[in-house]
Ligand binder design. Structure first.
Ligand code: SF4
Length: 331
């Protein structure tokens, strides 16, 4: 069942920031502050899959978790259909948690090995008082069917399933409370390539059938290009470019997007795709370079890039970039 107007913004994220303070080093540890998510803003429309892409450690997973408050952000605003997610508490927060669900990267780690699948799927429905025992048992069966598993799966345990089947169970668990938006955090990156395509096609089928919106976190451009309608490219905690997927990947405005695309040229996950691998190491988020964080790796770097972080430039109503190549007079 599709719902909502496709141009309507359902999720709005503004200025989201999250800093972690940790101790590093042995035998004399020092306190290190890491800006994992730094002033991140984007909007997700009803029924769309919005991709967050970038190399490992760019802050994309932390962004996905912070907007659901699985990690409490330090600053920013998150609104879902006009409701303030960060200010919600009590019954309001429980209702939001039902609408906003997450599918994790590692389905095995996210399933309790000692709990049967039927119980795993029934529990969220019991918590949200979604029916009596018989109704919930019936719904468990229909959820299993919806994700392509037989009713007998309800009586089994996680170790009795393959990786792809476990991810289907993870998806069924998220669907059990009838969510409207799912944060899919690297949902296929732990799976074999052939299984990745099946799970992506299932997620896409659910998007069409249930009118779901996704925030789709991935490091693989091919997967994002196949699955998402819009994308934000992240680097060291910040969004450096965003817009419609085909525009961003066909004509990248940011040099980082260009090198990401060159490192991952295959748009279809059914073909063998290549994970992001580009020249140079990602600098430490605990000590990002001055100016544009990408300048030590950027083939287009100019003197200004070493000292001034580029302002966000809106190229069109739906596309934006943070790069001095696109600011007036390279300022
Ligand atoms: Fe490269 Fe400068 Fe643009 Fe950064 S601001 S991406 S260093 S050209």
């Amino acid at each position: 069942m599709a719902s909502g107007n496709a141009t309507e913004t359902v999720l709005s994220v503004k200025g989201l920031s999250k800093t972690f303070v940790t101790k590093r080093g042995f035998p004399n540890p020092v306190t290190v502050t890491v800006r994992a998510v730094d002033d991140v803003s984007f909007a997700v429309r009803a029924g769309e899959a919005f991709g967050l892409v970038g190399e490992s450690g760019c802050g994309k997973s932390t962004t996905g978790r912070a907007l659901l408050r699985l990690i409490e952000p330090d600053r920013g605003a998150v609104t879902y259909r006009g409701q303030d997610v960060l200010a919600a508490s009590g019954a309001e927060l429980r209702a939001l948690r039902r609408k906003l669900q997450i599918v994790f990267q590692d389905p095995y780690a996210s399933l309790n090995p000692r709990r049967g699948i039927g119980e795993t799927l029934a529990e969220p429905m019991r918590v949200h008082k979604m029916g009596d025992r018989a109704q919930i048992a019936e719904r468990v069966k229909s959820l299993l069917a919806e994700v392509g598993l037989p009713p007998s799966a309800a009586d089994k345990y996680p170790h009795e399933f393959s990786g792809g089947q476990r991810q289907r169970i993870g998806i069924a668990r998220a669907l059990s409370v009838d969510p409207e938006l799912i944060v899919a955090d690297e949902p296929v990156s732990a799976l074999d390539v052939s299984i990745q395509a099946q799970v992506l096609l299932l997620l896409r089928d659910l998007q069409a059938r249930r009118g779901l919106s996704y925030v789709f976190v991935a490091h693989d451009l091919g997967v994002v290009r196949f699955f998402c309608q819009s994308v934000a490219v992240m680097y060291l905690g910040r969004i450096v470019e965003s817009g419609p997927v085909e525009e961003v990947f066909n004509q990248p405005a940011h040099p980082y997007t260009t090198v990401l695309r060159q490192a991952s040229p295959v748009p279809d996950p059914r073909a063998k795709s290549i994970a992001v691998r580009i020249e140079g190491e990602v600098p430490s988020a605990a000590n990002p370079p001055q100016g544009c964080h990408f300048h030590p790796r950027c083939p287009n770097a100019m003197p200004v890039c070493k000292t001034v972080y580029p302002a966000w430039t809106q190229l069109t109503p739906t596309r934006g970039v943070a790069c001095h190549l696109h600011t007036p007079a390279g300022s």
